[in-house]
Design a protein around this ligand. Structure first.
Ligand code: ADP
Ligand code: ZN
Length: 449
């Protein structure tokens, strides 16, 4: 039996009715239990009874990351703290983490959402499942874990890091499925190669990859290295965690949103206006079933679009596209918007480069500048008998990369080639963007202060 196939193939009008009923419950819940929302809704003159149709969602206020920070840690919880059985949070690299909570029912729902997501990716009850997402405050590890258990898998909670041990476990436990950030799973493949092993010989058949932006080129590389099918999973702690969107095994294009639990919108990131289907903008989610931490119109900062046409797999839940990037990671160079994922596509397409890169942003006067750092592949390195940036081959590769970047991004970038194994390897979310703009004063001369 396909897990919860009835909900996944519900006809659209029934699904909308279900969403409306749950939306009304959620709005009433936050109005009566969360002072922050009550104040906002009162200010906007919206009463829970005023939500009559799904289009009334547009009357609701947005919630931003700053609202979570200002109500740190538990100010937005809609239940007594004693009903909260789990607390998660974002990484909080820039100050206090944003904190979210779950009741027992929330954990049950989330586990079912993830069990369904794993099934959508081709996982089955009885599979051994290697979970290389980090365990901890981050939702990835425990989110996938509970879902996999709920499905009836044998979950291996390896978490991220200690890569040689991961290799041993992969070889000995013979999992069918793996989950992790794409950058970390690539790191596992590289470690295997360095140990003289062939990742294609593992038992893996599917990989569930997310928590960071990645490209189609990265998908091809992961699929070729491990001989598996790589699928995209989306989620964020503020909305729930992984499983909010999951790409289907059959189509492998766009992630089905768990619409029975989340209402999705795409808005213009500057004006806040709703955008038509197919147009890229900022994803906004409203939770429909959460008890401890219900959230209205959360502005994710993630850029994607919704597919207007139904999926050939038969599921009726709407599909969101791959995430192009976070608004925070967008760099504006001479009026052109650039996301690291676009640079990734170009780097990963070049046969003489390995799939490792980093983008550095600096400031010259009032203008942002981009520098791309990429590693040459092991085979090029060996052929050349080492790393000589002034050799003809290295010059040619640098020139080709610069040209390809200009053709794709429409701006010129500085390119530096590096020897293999120079850039830091990720064990979780990779750092693609190194922002050095704060080191520069707006002196007009672009000199570091
Ligand atoms: P944070 O990274 O802010 O600490 P989370 O750990 O909750 O918070 O991560 C959620 C964020 O990770 C999303 O908002 C999005 O930017 C990114 N993300 C999650 N899944 C994907 C995915 N499949 N593709 C691209 N980005 C993703
Ligand atoms: Zn599908």
């Amino acid at each position: 039996m396909i897990w919860q196939s009835e909900i996944e193939t519900m006809n659209p009008s029934d699904l909308q009715n279900l969403q409306l009923e749950r939306l009304r419950t959620t709005v009433a819940r936050v109005y009566h239990r969360v002072p922050f929302y009550r104040k906002k809704l009162d200010e906007m003159g919206v009463k829970p009874e005023g939500i009559r149709g799904l289009e009334d969602v547009h009357k609701l206020p947005f919630t931003r990351k700053s609202d979570l920070r200002e109500n740190y840690p538990f100010g937005l919880f809609a239940v007594d703290r004693k009903e909260v059985v789990r607390i998660h949070g974002s990484s909080g690299t820039k100050g206090k983490p944003t904190v979210v909570g779950y009741t027992r029912n929330d954990i049950t729902h989330w586990s079912e959402i993830v069990a369904r997501a794993i099934t959508i990716a081709g996982g089955r009850s009885g599979d051994v499942f290697h979970n290389a997402y980090g365990y901890g405050l981050f939702t990835g590890g425990l989110g996938l874990h509970y879902g996999a258990e709920r499905l009836g898998m044998s979950v291996v909670p390896v978490s991220g890091g200690n890569t040689p041990r991961q290799v041993m476990i992969l070889e000995d436990f013979r999992p069918r499925g793996i989950a992790g950030t794409p950058s970390y799973v690539l790191n596992i493949a590289e470690t295997m190669e360095q140990m003289g092993k062939d990742p294609r010989q593992t038992s893996l058949e599917y990989g569930i990859f997310g928590a960071e932006p990645w490209s189609e080129e990265m998908r091809k590389i992961l699929e070729a290295k491990f001989n598996l099918r790589a699928l995209d999973i989306y989620g964020l702690s503020e909305v729930m965690g992984p499983g909010v969107g999951m790409e289907c095994f059959e189509r492998q294009e766009g992630m089905h949103v768990a619409e029975d639990h989340f209402y999705v919108e795409v808005i213009h990131p500057l004006t806040g206006e709703n955008l038509p289907m197919g147009e890229p903008g900022e994803l906004v989610f409203t939770s429909l079933t959460k008890e401890a931490f219900p959230i209205l119109r959360y502005r994710t900062g993630d850029i994607a679009f919704l597919y207007p046409e139904p999926c050939s797999c038969g599921r009726t839940h709407i599909r969101m596209s791959r995430i192009k990037g976070r608004i925070d990671d967008m760099v504006i160079v001479r009026g052109v918007n650039v996301f690291p994922s676009e640079i990734e596509s170009v780097v990963m397409n070049h046969p003489a480069l390995s799939p490792y890169y980093q983008v550095e942003v600096t400031r010259a006067g009032t203008l942002d500048e981009i520098a791309v750092f990429a590693e040459v592949s092991d085979s090029v390195f060996k052929d050349q008998g080492g790393f000589n940036p002034e050799s003809d081959l290295f010059r040619r590769v640098r020139h080709e990369l610069k040209t390809a970047l200009r053709n794709t991004l429409l701006i010129s970038t500085d390119v530096t080639l590096l020897a293999p194994n120079t850039l830091p390897r990720s064990t979780g979310k990779a750092t693609r963007l190194v922002d050095k703009r704060h080191l520069y004063e707006d002196s007009g001369e672009g000199l570091p202060v």
